[in-house]
Design a protein around this ligand. Sequence first.
Ligand code: URA
Length: 474
Amino acid sequence: MIRIDLPRFDRFEGWRDAARQLVGAGVTPDRITWADPDTPADLFGSDPMAQPNDAPVTATKDFLQLARTVSSHSDPERWALIYTALWRAQTDRAFLGNPADPLMDRLNRLAKSVRRDIHKMHAFVRFHELPSTGNRRSFGAWFEPEHLILQAGTPFFAKRFADMDWLIATPEGIARFTGDRIAFDPPAPRPDLPADASHGLWQTYFANIFNPARIKTNAMRSEMPMKYWKNLPETHLIPHMLADAPRRVQAMRDAGASDAPQFAAKVTARIRQQPQDTPAETITQAQEQAARCTRCELCHDATQTVWGQGDPDAGLMFVGEAPGDQEDLAGRPFVGPAGQLLRQTMTQAALDPDKAWMTNAVKHFRFTPRGKRRLHQTPDKSHVEHCSWWLGLERRFVAPKLTVALGATAAFALTGDRSPLTPRRGKVQAATDGGPVLVTWHPSLILRLPDDRAATARAELLSDLRHAGQLLAA
Ligand code: URA
């Protein structure tokens, strides 16, 4: 075995330099032990590495970015996984761009978990003011992330708090900022940080954003997981605020509704303005009308209406939720990662994607901007209801023998049933317009699930699509 010792910080660069040489020397993934700083020494030492040849190492920019993110994960297997991906890319470059490949899928999940942890760090670091001798104020924080994100997560604080000196101590190490750069030191015992006036501000802020009429404890737990609570000054307010919520809601009910401001009626009227089109006589006319749709506010931010695609004489219709980022840009449904997974599974189930009609319950992309990215948001009930006009027209013109509802939004749009999907999956329900609807998972759910559950859900999707093929043939 060849042992590669990685440094505590700048470890991605350490991996990248070693990986380049190892690939160049033809070292297969199973011959390498990747050792983090605290990995015990190897009793048998390390084999020597052959001289690398000069052949260039193939890797896409996106893959290197993904590998850099994965390198911050706490899974000890991560180095071997990214090396295996790099190794495979030398003979099969296309696989780096295939999110449905199990290895790429696993790497994407690891990266997602790291990004989430960094996001939580940005939200949950709470600084305490420290005594300062110079003219800059000085702050310190203790934070316990799930992964090794000290280096990846702290540049954000250098930008946001450039005018103060700060340190963030974690079990992984300490980041110190003194105005020009962030320096990283190995871990030290948890510092004793003084209580601080800003903690009162956090409590006031939290008490003010807490809405007693919209308590969703699962969403709260997912936004503010309990593992972070012990270091947050505001969390001890939560039990009391939850207990007091029914009384506050009753007080709001007793106070009655206030009138909407005058401008609200005008805005609503403008947004709801229906296109004055004559009834569509063909699916192409319906598509042209949908391209000008202003039935709900989603049309303002989306790039374009994403109409269905495929064979308009198809016996089989697939209905998803709504276009995603890539579909919005391309103007075609199911061209992104979920679409690739769907098409692949259809092919496995002997269904030809080009011989089906593929569409969505909602025709405009709904998202929240986050920096340069647009984060997908599930459409609301009202979006589905406004768009049911277009789905209804598509269904009238295509007149499928069988419709497959991908996920809860599609199942609701087609059947009007909003009950949980799990007991309905794999079953046939009646559409509100009369045809049979086979309910199954949405492929993007499968892409979000952890590995073990994703494999099961994917097998279920495949079995449902095979079932659809049988129903269609019968
Ligand atoms: N998800 C959907 O529901 N539809 C698409 O077109 C793409 C992703």
